[in-house]
Design a protein around this ligand. Structure first.
Ligand SMILES: [Zn+2]
Length: 138
């Protein structure tokens, strides 16, 4: 892993619990213990109510496809030379995050908005990364 490659995720103290979850095959999210809202990306304070009382939870892994584009030139290190979706995914717990949909044709016919997705993990370069697969292919 090169620290100069911007595509390789580098954990920080704030994101380390997320990456520990990835290593365990779990999607973990920070949640505010005052207002109860889960949020992403990780930060030391709740983005809704500014409380600094937060905890980490294991998310359900359930999500829906909110929006996407199809990148026809995926980054080197990805396990496919073909098109790769760059997807905005809404988690069942509320937060949205940018990811990709795998185990699915990378076409507008197959990538249906609001389709149910499930968190999964794929090897990218030397690390596992969070991806999503159609619920039906579980
Ligand atoms: Zn809060």
């Amino acid at each position: 892993m090169s620290m100069t490659d911007p595509l390789i995720p580098v954990p920080t103290p704030e994101t380390q619990p997320f990456w520990d979850g990835v290593e365990s095959g779990e999607l973990r999210l920070p949640r505010c213990t005052d207002c109860g809202g889960a949020y992403f990306p990780p930060s030391p304070g709740c983005p809704s109510c500014t409380s600094r009382r937060t905890e980490w939870i294991t998310a359900s892994g359930d999500a829906t496809l909110y929006s996407y584009v199809i990148n026809h030139r995926p980054p080197s290190g990805w396990d496919s030379d073909g098109p790769m979706s760059v997807a905005l995914v809404r988690l069942a717990e509320g937060p949205m995050l940018v990811s990709t949909v795998v185990d699915c044709e990378q076409t507008p016919q197959a990538l249906i908005l609001d389709m149910p997705l499930r968190a999964t993990f794929r090897r990218f370069a030397d690390t596992d990364v969070l991806c999503f697969a159609p619920e039906a292919t579980r």
